[in-house]
Design a protein around this ligand. Sequence first.
Ligand code: PEP
Ligand code: CO
Length: 430
Amino acid sequence: MKRAEQLPQYDDAELFTSCIAALSRKPPVVAQGEIDRLRTEIAEAAAGRRFILQGGDCAERFKDCTAKVLKRKLQVLLQMSMVLTYATRKPVTRIGRLAGQYAKPRSANEETVGTRKMPVYRGDLVNGYDAGDEARRPNPTRMLEGYYHATASLNYIRALIEGGFADLHHPEQWDLEFLEKSPEGDSYRRIADAITDAIHFMDTVGATDVAEKLRRIAFYTSHEALLLPYEEALTRMDDNETAYNLGAHYLWLGYRTCTLDGAHVEYLRGIENPIGIKVGPGLDSDTLLALLAVLDPRKTPGRITLITRFGANTVRKSLPSVINSVQKAGHPVLWCCDPMHGNTETASDGRKTRRTANIFSEIEQTFAIHGDSHSCLGGVHFELTGDVVTECIGNNEEQDLCGRYDTACDPRLNAEQSLEMAFLIARLLR
Ligand code: PEP
Ligand code: CO
């Protein structure tokens, strides 16, 4: 029996068993063929022929499973991916942190709200966000609710894409008003104009297969593989007795559960999906190599993404040696930069926030470090939303954070800040 960290204690064992049994009988959320295709795309990105954009909420909420929220999130991801395609001159694969990003690791079991101590919120898949012992009691029926919300979300995303979200491919129809306010507005506008020109050119010469490719995009889902009973119930065997997690295309191992002999590693070892590993200051190279040996023993292209999250102040010191040891060990990993989780700080009013300047600085340094190491940064990972929130400091000042601070966990980039990140990357790479 492996040690399982971060898992809730359910007090009704019978209810738990019946929920898991019900979940195990449900049709999968995604299909195996899609997972295999994503593995190939990740292998291409690792080899420098593709770029990966992963983004979405820190903690997705059931109440955010609405047409408006999902559509805006898809919109911002698609717009960013257009800019990144232009920036990298590579096809971009989009992976949403959505349709299942409902469980959160926490550093403490309890928190104080007002003057009351209570169990901590662990994500909608586990307990309620509202304050109070009853809301915070882990409830196994939430796993079934999670499944239904994931399927409803992904169904709508797929329908939007199938229905042709084509106008999104035309930057002149994007809401780029914020460019006017930005000191960098002119240079972003030139990038948007260049994308518009390229698309018009293809339309004019009748490059219909290209236009069709832009219209019919693949979209993948991901979440942290945290609540193991849920993940196991959605894990199914294919005809060759190979196990796939069919609750999402891509799963990642969180920074707080990457214990070598822990249950999360043991679970991920057994499934065929592509896997992300969060790599930060507390994970030394020896442990990382040991994790790679367990999770990728055959050194399979596309199997592992190393999602580095060191923070703008630490990345220069820490990342080069990590790259060096992975190169020496010969694992064909995809390197992806999560510039969010190493750059979290506490604002003067006590809220968690992040500065877009630090977020971009980590990206910029990470590209440079990979260049110096003859390695390739093949992806970026953001916490973002399509909604107008004031959670990160950039186009919001610190004193504005109280305006629309909606996140259930970490602060997210709003739509403008997200698109601005894509423009900044474009300017850096072009
Ligand atoms: C996350 O991605 O929301 C998260 C908890 O990150 P990490 O495990 O890197 O801290
Ligand atoms: Co987070």
